[in-house]
Write a protein that binds this ligand. Structure first.
Ligand code: NAP
Length: 334
């Protein structure tokens, strides 16, 4: 996934005299959480302001004049080159970078990088800082807000307050080999196909394990009722992969709440389901792309973790992504 992170003032300022024009406790926390283990792409001036590569992530500096190389540090001569480099295993080796699993790329300014990246980023994390900066000299570029779905997250700060917002591109297109795969969210109009695919998948799982599919269960009816209700209240979200008009991959994330506990103060958990890729479209990275999108949805929703009962086939995918076995996971059946 290609993301963008920025903090801007009420009058759209992001920089003044070569610096970020505010210091707010906790404002940088999201940047650290998102980018650690992943890739940050920044302009030469922003890099010089920091003065060193940020630790535990790959730093790619965009510059036509300078060349930085070192541990976790590379230089690209354009934003496009940086994005290609960000997911290139040879480039990772050159910089001694070991990704934590699926690599997300975060464009982190300044102006020229944002301007060039906005047309193709999948997601923008925009922190709205509740202040007006006089004489700012770097601004966040205008963008077509209709192309994105906007969500508002938590607020924080001290004397200056800030609010997190997330803009997710509604239709994301990725070229894989000679195919163009479109990623978008499930809507009510997809439900009939989605439910048919889900029942086929469950039937396949049952029969491959030598079990018989229970008769007299109106699963289609129950699933229709479930998806209607939870799509409407935002506690179920699904990303689909399409080849032309045909759905070739599905995913699903349900959000549930427990009483909060120390490692999950929101009490929110994501339950993963409906991970399926059409056999003719496997080994193209579609399952990883879908998994990444619904896991990011769970992050945006404030979930502390994501749970899955993985099939044997799924274990490899989830392990590569960074899921771990939970030895104590048990189940009581009625
Ligand atoms: N609020 C925020 O979230 C945030 C985030 C980042 C930065 N900032 C602020 O923004 C300011 C810095 O931003 P800035 O826009 O002035 O500078 P910048 O983007 O950090 O750096 C500009 C330099 O990056 C290279 N560059 C930019 N676009 C390029 C392109 N398309 N292709 C190749 N090289 C490219 C060029 O380097 P060469 O000259 O070497 O070719 C250019 O001079 C600072 O005030 C900083 O604090 C704020």
């Amino acid at each position: 996934m290609i993301g963008l992170i920025v903090a801007r003032s009420r009058n759209n300022v992001i920089g003044k005299n070569g610096q970020i024009p505010w210091r707010i406790k906790g404002e940088q926390k999201q940047f650290k959480e998102l980018t650690t283990g992943n890739v940050v792409v920044m302009g030469r001036k922003s890099y010089e302001e920091i003065g060193h590569p940020l630790p535990n992530r790959l730093n790619i500096i965009v510059s036509r004049t300078a060349k930085y190389e070192g541990e976790n540090l590379l230089t690209a001569s354009s934003v496009q080159e940086a994005v290609t480099m960000a997911v290139d295993a040879d480039a990772h080796r050159r910089a001694g970078f070991v990704p934590k699993g699926e690599v997300n790329v975060y464009i982190s300014g300044g102006y020229g990088l944002y301007k060039e990246a906005i047309p193709f980023v999948d997601k923008m994390y925009i922190t709205e800082v509740d202040t007006v900066v006089e004489d700012g000299d770097v601004f966040f570029p205008e963008f077509d807000a209709d192309a994105f779905e906007k969500k508002t997250g938590v607020s924080g700060g001290d004397e200056i307050r800030f609010t997190r917002t997330m803009y997710t591109r509604r239709v994301q297109v990725k070229k894989i080999g000679d195919r163009e795969i479109t990623y978008r969210k499930l809507t009510e109009t997809d439900l009939e196909t989605f439910i048919r695919m889900r029942i086929n998948q469950l039937t396949e799982e049952y029969t491959s394990e030598g079990r018989e599919v229970p008769k007299n269960v109106d699963l289609a009816g129950a699933l229709t009722e479930y998806y209607h209700r939870h799509l409407a209240d935002g506690t179920f979200v699904s990303w689909l992969a399409l080849d032309g008009k045909t759905i070739v991959g599905t995913s699903g994330m349900s959000f549930v709440e427990k009483p909060p506990y120390f490692t999950c103060p929101t009490g929110r958990l994501g339950l993963l389901s409906s991970m399926f890729t059409d056999p003719d479209h496997r080994r193209m990275g579609i399952a990883q792309d879908l998994l990444n999108r619904v896991v990011e949805e769970a992050r945006d929703y404030g979930c502390g973790s994501v749970w899955i009962t993985a099939s044997d086939m799924g274990v490899k995918l989830y392990t590569a992504y960074g899921f771990e076995h939970n030895g104590n996971f048990m189940q009581y059946r009625f």
